[in-house]
Design a binder for this molecule. Structure first.
Ligand SMILES: Cc1cc2nc3c(=O)[nH]c(=O)nc-3n(C[C@H](O)[C@H](O)[C@H](O)COP(=O)(O)OP(=O)(O)OC[C@H]3O[C@@H](n4cnc5c(N)ncnc54)[C@H](O)[C@@H]3O)c2cc1C
Length: 360
């Protein structure tokens, strides 16, 4: 009897879109033995390349329902995938822990309540004498920051992750087509996807991982799927202050909703999600340094060395992400909003299970 892997080798799957979601689906399905083609005209200019890569899994405060289930699964799967991918790049890792801080007393009370109500040893309230809290309060020239620490949450560098998966694709000789798909249709038992230059790609299965544009390819099936663009923005700031050593701070933390990642002694990244739009407004980037009552002097004087943004897709009228089997052999995997990096492993596992069920 032939093994499942040998049978899967005959099944051709086309993945439309090569952000982290398309790439992760390709990785998972290729490991199961399927023949994979990925198609994307602009794989470097998507929201995955703009992401900060924070994994806010255990910190998620609603500990039931689908969203929590996907987070929980991803948190469990990430270490296994990192171990697997380290064969292609030993530098890939998850930096832990993650801290969530606030200067608002009411918000701190909520964080404390969350910790008391959840018996999770990896989640703790930061005590006043915690070295992390002390170093952050000192650097940010305040006494008011309080918060929690999650020992098992952290960060994966998204660029390192995407390039590592590219190395895996090269090793596995996965077919990549640099084209935009403009239509898909089913003919007999096959899917025919047409590229902008009129190339026809035949496949047994199509997975739509092209974020906001997924709805353009599914005709009347899109009636019940609504996606909204949400801007995410980040800056890299160079500071010039001998008093502050950013490397004395934790590797990643969140203060009043802004994600902060020190990347060297005098450089840090600040990012957030604030606006429903596709282009940044006039003050979008300047506002990123404005997260405390009084901005520390070194940050006010700091120079913005880089600024960038990405557009994420957020489902309207249903929770993020959208994972649906639209019809035989057509799956949509989109609407990842703030958490595409975190949720990639759980969602690609969901897709793989759908495909296995469909083929059985
Ligand atoms: C500033 C910022 C910070 C973020 N921080 C985090 C974070 O800390 N943690 C986290 O988990 N997430 C974070 N995110 C969110 C995360 O980046 C997204 O959820 C994730 O990138 C979504 O991935 P995707 O593959 O669905 O979409 P994308 O990365 O946008 O990829 C979609 C791809 O589809 C392609 N495409 C579109 N149409 C077609 C077509 N017709 N044919 C072929 N290809 C097509 C596009 O070219 C694109 O490459 C952040 C995002 C931003 C912008």
């Amino acid at each position: 009897m032939k093994s499942l892997k040998e049978n899967f080798q005959k099944i051709h799957i086309l993945i439309i879109g090569s952000g982290i979601i398309g790439k992760f689906n390709a990785l998972e399905l290729s490991e199961l033995g399927f023949k994979i083609t990925i198609v994307d005209p602009a794989q470097l200019q998507n929201s995955s390349n703009a992401a900060l890569g924070l994994l806010m899994g255990n910190m998620y405060q609603k500990r039931r329902g689908r969203s929590w289930d996907l987070r929980r699964q991803s948190i469990a799967l990430w270490p296994q995938w990192i171990a697997f991918l380290q064969a292609f790049n030993y530098e890939l890792n998850i930096e832990k822990p993650l801290l969530q801080l606030t200067s608002n007393e009411e918000k701190f009370k909520k964080l404390k309540k969350f910790i008391y109500e959840n018996d999770d040893l990896n989640l703790r309230i930061l005590q006043k004498d915690s070295k992390f809290l002390k170093s952050i309060n000192k650097a940010f020239q305040t006494q008011n920051l309080k918060g929690i620490i999650s020992l098992e949450d952290g960060r994966i560098n998204p660029i390192t992750l995407l390039r590592t998966i590219d190395k895996y694709f090269k090793y596995k000789k996965i077919n990549f087509i640099k084209q935009e798909i403009i239509s898909i249709k089913k003919s007999k038992n096959q899917w025919i996807s047409t590229t902008k230059n009129n190339e026809k790609i035949k496949s047994d299965i199509v997975i739509l991982c092209n974020s906001l544009k997924a709805v353009n390819l599914i005709g009347s099936l899109s009636q019940n799927i609504k996606l909204k663009p949400v801007l995410g923005q980040a800056i890299e700031v160079n500071i010039n202050d001998a008093e502050v050593d950013l490397l004395s701070l934790p590797k990643q933390f969140n203060i009043n909703g802004k994600n902060i990642i020190p990347i060297s002694k005098n450089k840090l990244i600040i990012g957030s999600t604030d606006e429903y739009s596709t282009k940044p407004g006039e003050n979008t980037f300047d506002k990123l340094t404005n997260f405390l009552e009084k901005t520390p002097s070194w940050l006010t004087k700091g120079k913005i060395a880089k600024k960038w943004y990405g557009v994420r897709s957020r489902p309207e009228g249903e929770p993020s992400p959208i994972l649906k089997n639209l019809e035989d052999g057509l799956i949509i995997c989109t609407g990842f909003y703030k958490n595409g990096i975190l949720l990639a492993p759980a969602c690609s596992q969901w897709v793989a299970n759908e495909i296995k069920n469909y083929l059985s």
